[in-house]
Design a protein around this ligand. Sequence first.
Ligand code: G3P
Length: 200
Amino acid sequence: MILNLAWLIITYVLCSVPFGVFITRAVCGLDPREHGSRNIGATNVARLCGARYGVAVLALDLLKGFFCVWVATTFNDGWLYLSLCALAAVLGHMYSCFLSGRGGKGFATTIGGFLALAPLTTVLSVALCIAVIVLSGFVSLGALMFGAALPVLLLLGGNVAFVPAALVAMLFLYWKHRDNIERLARGQENPWRRKKGDSD
Ligand code: G3P
């Protein structure tokens, strides 16, 4: 009981670590919360510092989610506990205790958390998401596709136990992407690359 509760809290704290802020500050001396889309995630880091640093942040944000949920699977195989752990990871990134409750949009950390729970379904959802990003040029649209595909594919694959957690993660993901959704609807979404001449 104590271990389960402690690991949930540790998951929240570890997944609160804002790699995007650290890397952007260290590499280009900027705070991603004040530039570009003002998000701390990989897409904005790529925009501000270059693709390779975006990939680094993507990997770290994904790995923190994967690591925390994977560790949980080694001592508890209950679907409810593992679902709570995945959500603690996602919420840690989105509402970071190191950023006064603010944070990122949770895309990479959601991928990482669910990779530990349902690897095949998560990989399929990521494949759909990559197709959307390649076709549209917008990472946010891919993230929205991922959020919607995950619960549907879990259901179709018979992995019903994790559907509620995937739905909750999707709701938070969509809420965090509400500005992107508005920009997409207006045809004004930011590409991942900063356009020449853009100051912010
Ligand atoms: O997950 C973040 C991505 O979907 C959108 O990032 O910086 O374009 O708002 P950004």
